[in-house]
Design a protein around this ligand. Structure first.
Ligand code: HEM
Length: 777
């Protein structure tokens, strides 16, 4: 869905993506090589986080090391922590340093119990950064990136009930807010304190690097034994919740976004265990060792489910391990279990095992076991360090402007706007809070508001949104209407059907709208005296980024300007057209299918009730816990692909399965037909989301599932996928969760929703869906 290919032109002036990828793939297969390369070049940082890169790297080198190594706190005489150390788990030394002591950091020692010379101890490791605490009570925290050397010193929270005196115990978790762009991006520190005098009373506090402030949660009372032991064990983070170990059998869940704190028990007989985020589906997990058996649980629907059991005695490297407990030199614990779980990698892809034979890294996915350290004496707990090449879903540059967490408030506002719009309609209709809603139009307005925010930091009023939708829809129709003039060169100029004239009218309107924003911004930048965001202290939007590029090219006197006004205007129009009508069409089709299939609607409502409960706002993190919602969206994409025909032109002559395709041939990929292939799909014309519950099919750019390609595949894969995917799930879930939907009587009388398609570049409903929404109180 492209008005032009400005990106291709812009990319030609820089190094192509493939070359970046090839450079990175061919670096020595050492974690440090990747980590260091990612530190010097943002483009390389982007590449190493791409799933395609990891796959290529694995093919070439036979496996990417799961971690660069681990940090641990040395234990000195008397059991007191003696400072942080780093041990490299790969081949060759990786010199990651740890800030040596409080005094050398120049930390003001305003608390009597902070002794100059106190060493930093490691509390947590995530997103390529380490969270360190100084002194036993963590009066100061330090968030440290050992690759870039960046440090951020954080003084502990102050709260009227929270005196940082000796009776306090504390555990803290690092939550990185921006895992897909910047290694030194925003973060949060979630700290939980308890005092011996206030047994059972926990205090939560969260530090936000964006504001530079602590927010203290209301104190929470939980039924816990006096003097609860918060255990300095590594925590796990899932979404905005930090999970910490409390006492020896409890898990403490501290949600720093919704300010809730709760406890629940570990699974029975889990032995010595560590919390983790599970591989793949990213839910809370727990890995425990009992004698020589390692078990892995996942927290599903409020309970623990045993996922796998591994007998370590079957593994060659551990054959010499005694199965009975070992004598310990620590008088407090005379016996040690033969295997102790001492740490889990951030993405759950490696578990660190302490044994008398050394420390082993065990990968549950591949069942690989590797010794990473001979010396075990000092090591009680490890914090694996993975740096930048932890795989994430986002990869391409546009996703940084649309799919990243920086845009999360915009996405949230757009969904709230949609819900507000439907609720206002319901309130205005009077009749018991029920209203007829034009579902496609409402979803379009939400997407338009998101795109205008991301592109121009501006809102869009209702009238402009309506005009924009009419333009986008008619443009979609006109581009797919056969133009008689093109078949008869003699009358080519005549534009017999008036198609060119009508298309030009819409494009002109769209360009004028965009030009207005560009001109206002350029004037603002001039007044502000040069490049940079001209709208206060806010983050740069896409328009700022493009104007910066354009100005840089002008300063360099680049005669082959790739980022001129024309390119900016066409690219903006591309994004607006490609992003709005597609997403709203999918929402409209999904709602139509749900209204036509009440059992599916009920099943989805029940899943939402169970997972979301009374929460009014559905978060992007919740999507992972909603498999049926994901299945409904996939089934909608399958039956109603937003772009049913993809049109490409062969750049060079190619031969595919014996067919010779000359250069310049138009090649049409019929996505609609692929999605309806009866050799792949059972009952392909029926709406059956359940088919995706048994089948793992991915829609993302690196996927090899060519049977479902609503976002295309390969080089021309949808640039807006990260935004679109999140928005579709959150918008549909919110509409279904907050409102009860029915069809108007007249529609019911006519036999239900008219599911006829309107042909165009975007596959929309021939009869717009009107449905009645009633507030669920
Ligand atoms: C349900 C939502 C969406 C669907 C199904 C979808 C689907 C697609 C498909 C199939 C293509 C390939 C078109 C072709 O090769 O001709 C594409 C391209 C594109 N999409 Fe999306 N899209 C969606 C949402 C978005 C959003 C929200 C944005 C922007 C924020 C966006 C931006 C783009 C752009 C810029 C391209 C052109 C990429 C290129 O030429 O390299 N899309 N989309």
């Amino acid at each position: 869905m492209s008005l032009s290919r400005p990106l291709a032109a812009a990319a030609a002036a820089t190094v192509p993506d493939e070359l970046h990828l090839e450079i990175m793939v061919r670096l020595p297969a050492l974690p440090q090589a990747l980590a260091r390369a990612s530190a010097v070049c943002p483009e390389w940082r982007r590449v190493v986080r791409d799933a395609a890169f990891l796959r290529r790297h694995r093919e070439l080198h036979g496996g990417v090391p799961a971690t660069a190594g681990f940090f641990h706190n040395t234990v000195v005489f008397g059991g007191a922590p003696g400072g942080a150390r780093f041990v490299c788990a790969g081949a060759g030394p990786l010199a990651l340093s740890v800030p040596p002591s409080v005094s050398r950091q120049g930390v003001p020692c305003c608390h009597t119990h902070v002794n100059p010379g106190d060493a930093w101890t490691v509390l947590d490791c995530r997103g390529g950064r380490v969270l360190l605490g100084c002194c036993r009570f963590s009066c100061y925290f330090l968030v440290y990136n050992p690759i870039t050397g960046k440090r951020c010193l954080v003084k502990a929270a102050s709260h009227k009930r929270l005196h940082l005196h000796h009776s306090i115990r504390c555990n803290a978790t690092l939550i990185c807010d921006d895992d897909d762009a910047d290694a030194d991006g925003p973060f949060r520190v979630a700290a939980v304190y308890t005092t011996v005098t206030d047994g059972g009373r926990l205090f939560g506090a969260a530090f936000l690097s964006r504001t530079g402030r602590w927010t203290t949660a209301p104190q929470v009372f939980v039924d816990l034994p006096r003097g609860i032991d918060l255990r300095g064990e590594p925590s796990a983070v899932v979404g905005s919740t930090a999970y910490l170990s409390a006492y020896s059998y409890l898990v403490l869940a501290f949600d720093v976004e919704h300010w809730t704190m709760a406890t629940f028990q570990r699974p029975p007989r889990c032995g010595n265990a560590r919390l983790m985020k599970t591989r793949g589906d990213g839910v809370l997990g727990l890995v425990g060792a009992l004698e020589l058996t390692v078990r892995l649980w996942a927290r599903e629907a409020g309970g623990w489910v045993l996922r796998s059991t591994v007998e370590l005695s079957d593994m060659g490297l551990l054959r010499d391990l005694p199965s009975a407990p070992l004598p310990s030199s620590d008088a407090r614990f005379p016996l040690l279990p033969p295997v102790k779980i001492i740490g889990v990698a951030e993405e759950g892809d490696a578990v660190f095992l302490w044994t008398m034979l050394g420390i082993f890294m065990f990968c549950p996915g591949s069942m690989e076991l590797k010794k990473v350290c001979e010396e075990t004496r000092d090591i009680e707990m490890v914090h694996p360090y993975a740096s930048f090449y932890v795989p994430t879903r986002n990869s391409r540059s546009c996703s940084r402007h649309g799919g990243s967490r920086e845009q999360r408030p915009l996405r949230r506002d757009a969904v709230r706007g949609l819900l507000r719009h439907v609720a206002e309609l319901a309130a205005a209709s009077g009749g018991g809070g029920a209203a007829v809603v034009d579902v496609g139009r409402a979803a379009f307005a939400a997407m338009a508001s998101l795109l205008f925010g991301a592109l121009f930091s501006a809102g869009i009023d209702a009238a402009t949104s309506c005009r924009f939708r009419d333009a986008a829809r008619e443009f979609a129709l006109l581009t797919m209407t056969p133009n008689v003039s093109e078949f008869f060169p003699v009358v080519a100029m005549a534009d017999l059907q008036g198609l060119r004239r009508r298309t030009a009218r819409h494009i002109t309107w769209m360009y004028q709208l965009i030009d207005g924003h560009v001109e206002r911004r350029m004037r603002g930048r001039e007044t502000a005296g040069g490049c940079g965001a001209a709208h206060g202290e806010k983050e740069k939007d896409l328009l700022d980024v493009m104007l910066d590029m354009s100005e840089k090219e002008e300063q360099n006197d680049d005669s082959s300007l790739t980022m001129n006004r024309g390119v900016i205007r066409a690219f903006m129009a591309d994004l607006l057209m490609a992003g709005s009508e597609t997403s709203s069409a999918v929402i409209e089709w999904a709602m139509a299918e749900l209204l036509q299939n009440p059992q599916t609607m009920t099943k989805l409502q029940e899943e939402l009730k169970k997972v979301i409960g009374s929460k009014t706002c559905i978060d992007e993190e919740d999507i992972d816990q909603l498999p049926y919602l994901q299945a409904v969206i996939k089934e909608t994409h399958r039956l109603h692909p937003a772009i049913p025909l993809l049109m490409y032109k062969a750049a060079v002559p190619v031969e595919i399965q014996g067919y010779k395709i000359p250069k310049e041939t138009t090649v049409i990929v019929n996505t609609w037909a692929i999605h309806q292939n009866s050799e792949v799909w059972i009952e392909p014309d029926k709406f059956i989301p359940e088919r995706f519950l048994q089948k793992e099919i991915s829609l993302s750019s690196g996927s090899t599932n060519m049977e479902l390609i609503p976002f295309s595949a390969g080089r021309r894969f949808c640039l807006g996928y990260p935004v679109a995917n999140r928005m579709l799930h959150v918008m549909l879930a919110s509409l279904v969760h907050q409102f009860q939907w029915t069809l108007p009587e007249v529609v019911k009388k006519n036999g239900g929703v008219d599911m006829a398609e309107k042909f165009g570049i975007t596959l929309s409903m021939a009869t717009p869906l009107h449905a009645i929404a009633k507030n669920i109180v």
